[in-house]
Write a protein that binds this ligand. Structure first.
Ligand SMILES: [Zn+2]
Length: 128
């Protein structure tokens, strides 16, 4: 990790800590919403149209919640890397991740080049 990144570590840690609190709140709110929805569903008879709309929005909520959970894990992992001193090094090539990339996505695990390669490989694997 280079010196300019080093001097930004506190900012990055603040960003990650803030995002962590935000994600925890979102995941918690989603859990409460799910409990409220299942309570409502058991408490009243809904007509079929409402039921279909309800299932659709529940699926969207579940996808959003999963994304939040995934990001939460990434943020926790990034904070751990900060603690052990491996933060900011690309997990694939070991080179320092560019600071602008870290400021946009503090939980980034790879440099832009390795991430792009990885996404292309994943897309190619899906296409087969
Ligand atoms: Zn890399």
């Amino acid at each position: 990790m280079d010196v300019s990144t080093q001097s930004h570590l506190k900012t990055l840690r603040d960003l990650l800590t803030y995002r962590l609190a935000e994600l925890r709140a979102e995941v918690h709110a989603a859990k409460l919403a799910r409990q409220a929805a299942s309570f409502e569903a058991s408490a009243e008879v809904v007509d079929r149209k409402d039921e279909a709309a309800g299932r659709e929005s529940a699926a969207i909520d579940a996808a959003q919640e999963q994304r939040d959970r995934d990001e939460l894990e990434e943020v926790v992992a990034a904070l751990h890397r900060l603690d052990v001193g491996s933060y900011g090094d690309c997990a694939s090539c070991g080179e320092p991740i560019a600071l602008p990339r870290l400021l946009v996505q503090p939980s980034a695990l790879r440099c832009a080049a390795c991430q792009t390669l990885r996404e292309h490989a994943a897309a190619a694997a899906r296409a087969v």
